[in-house]
Design a protein around this ligand. Structure first.
Ligand SMILES: Nc1ncnc2c1ncn2[C@@H]1O[C@H](COP(=O)(O)OP(=O)(O)O)[C@@H](O)[C@H]1O
Ligand SMILES: [Mg+2]
Length: 211
């Protein structure tokens, strides 16, 4: 390994996203390395979720650059999912399976073994409800399961889109703990307008444009 290379680095250079000809965000640039955190803020419809999805390589950027390095070498776009954890209101879970089974399915898709599932279920406070079908989970329990899903593979980058929506105070405390843990030596990005979520991050990109 080359000396002095940061362990993890994520950079965006002039990142722009359009849907058809409509500009959602334009020329967004930032540089994050291990131990840094970023809040993506802006009013409803300003493009926060779209930016999070673009960074996760779930949707395509229109122009600009995203670069992700781990241990000095560039991570290929098709491998992002192995190193990025993602919590989003758009994430679909399987209603006809239990909480445990949902995480097992995701582990299989990601090609990781399921050894960590019970620990992660304990961490988000769902261990006792792991055998219940998702269709009887409350919205807060589903949100906790999404958080479990995002950290299951111990990713280098954690992307949280309004992570504490639907959560009770205990759920908020769990998110704070996970966020603080990621901030120590990995990268944390939160799309939010919530003051508590914002306060977890050291830097901010605001997507509001002068309109
Ligand atoms: N797949 C899509 N096709 C067209 N427009 C979209 C699509 N997804 C989001 N948008 C639009 O992009 C804008 C930003 O949406 P979003 O990123 O969800 O904002 P935020 O998360 O800040 O509330 C909105 O105007 C939304 O309607
Ligand atoms: Mg959003």
């Amino acid at each position: 390994m080359e000396g002095g290379e940061p362990k993890i680095r994520l950079t965006a250079v002039n990142l722009t996203k359009k849907f058809d000809r409509k500009i959602i965000f334009e020329n967004i640039s930032f540089e994050l390395s291990a131990g840094s955190s970023l809040a993506i803020t802006g009013k409803n419809g300003s493009g926060k979720s779209t930016l999070i999805k673009t960074l996760a390589n779930v949707i395509e950027k229109s122009s600009g650059e995203i670069n992700f390095y781990s241990d000095g070498s560039e991570v290929k776009k098709e491998h992002y999912y192995k190193h990025i954890g993602f919590v989003s209101p758009y994430l679909n879970l399987y209603d006809e399976f239990t909480g445990y089974e949902n995480l097992k399915i995701i582990s299989n898709i990601r090609g990781i073994n399921g050894d960590n599932i019970n620990n992660v279920l304990k961490k988000v406070g769902l261990y006792d409800r792991r055998g219940d079908l998702l269709k009887i989970y409350s919205s807060g329990m589903k949100q906790r399961l999404k958080i479990a899903f995002s950290i299951l593979h111990n990713p280098l980058i954690l992307l949280l889109d309004e992570p504490t929506s639907n959560l009770d105070s205990e759920g908020v405390r769990i998110v704070d703990e996970i966020a603080n843990d990621y901030k120590k030596d990995r990268i944390l990005i939160i799309a939010t307008n919530d003051e508590n979520e914002k306060s977890l991050c050291e830097s901010e990109v605001n997507l509001d444009r002068g309109d």
